[in-house]
Design a protein around this ligand. Sequence first.
Ligand SMILES: NC(=O)c1ccc[n+]([C@@H]2O[C@H](COP(=O)([O-])OP(=O)(O)OC[C@H]3O[C@@H](n4cnc5c(N)ncnc54)[C@H](O)[C@@H]3O)[C@@H](O)[C@H]2O)c1
Length: 399
Amino acid sequence: MPIRYGVVGTGMMGIEHIGNIRALDGAAVTAVADPYGPSRQAAREALRGQEIAVFDTHRGLIDSGLCDAVVVAAPNMTHIELLRDLMDTELHLLVEKPLCTRVEDCRWVVEAQRERKAVLWVGMEYRYMPAIARLIAEVRRGAVGDLRMLAIREHRFPFLEKVKHWNRFNANSGGTLVEKCCHHFDLMNLIIGASPIRIYASGSQAVNHLDERYGGRRPDILDNAYVIVDYEGGRRAMLDLCMFAEAGQNQEEIAAVGDRGKVEARLPSGVVVTGVRGGAWFSPEIEKVTDDRIAYTGSHHGASYLEHLDFLAAIRNRTPALVTADDGLLAVAMGVAAQRSIAEGRPIELAGAALGRPPLLSARSALHRAGQDAGDEEPLEGEEHDDRQQGREEGPRRQ
Ligand SMILES: NC(=O)c1ccc[n+]([C@@H]2O[C@H](COP(=O)([O-])OP(=O)(O)OC[C@H]3O[C@@H](n4cnc5c(N)ncnc54)[C@H](O)[C@@H]3O)[C@@H](O)[C@H]2O)c1
């Protein structure tokens, strides 16, 4: 029996999900829901020749009983209300990033998921981009030795037009460092495999959307930022985000450096550069990485298709999600903290108050995936640090 999928929100990303599901073996889209007529029509066209039920609310889709799994690809600010209803069912859920726009809502999802048996998976498909997946694998196999520094550069085009311009305002998207950069923070956590402890950021809205007005309001979203994250164990990561930089060759450039060597991944070129110290300088291995399993490329180098393969496998095999609600919470919390750092001009501690709850479950799951011992018996770091956190939050930390 094919797994029957519903898609809630059939704008740009919902249509990509439909393309992915159509390309999967043993899966079929049976229902879609979207309040916007043109998006419903886009779904009908993407599924032409197939019998599907079309609803204008998620409630109609849930009540239809036509689905085993649902993909949530509606605007960020709607995720929490949709999840409140969807998590009250036994449907398997793939919810697009960011999990929610607010940390407290993400925490609600984490708690609610503890009571559920069905899969809840957060759409973090950057992990699955072939060049990035290779970088992660190289770091895992020790190619760089003890990883000390991770730099992620995303230099890209401005935010695209969305249905009813929802992504132009922080209140809807959670802000650029949540909306866009939850991907980057998730990668940092996964690759470093330790807990983030502090975040410092500087950013602004310098170039984009300044002339636009919606209902008389000017968009308020950041278009550039530098973000530094300190991790436990003295590891550090940085993000260089520029959203008026489409004039370059690559959009993403990631560099992981340890005591033994360095691995870089570049997209869209798909190039991975691996070098070991001690040999001739500037003579790394250079490889263009692809993944033969990709049956649908979409707008994300086939990554969202690869993620669907794993989501489907988790449903079929009754195995846990590989991108969990905890992962989604941590990435959102880091984005929120980074934006707060910009607003307040100071570093933000990530344990305790900034997160509202210890994020360490996530880093632990990353460690478990890496086959390392995350130390199950130890208390969660956020719990350990909660009291000290009160003191830390009173003023800027001098570095
Ligand atoms: N993983 C990625 O790389 C990636 C890329 C793009 C977008 N996204 C995420 O996907 C989601 C959708 O983004 P998009 O780019 O497709 O936006 P979009 O504006 O193109 O489409 C959103 C659709 O959701 C519909 N919608 C609004 N409220 C709804 C509701 N209550 N129930 C059902 N549908 C509703 C809108 O009418 C619209 O058709 C967002 O969460 C976004 O952050 C993720």
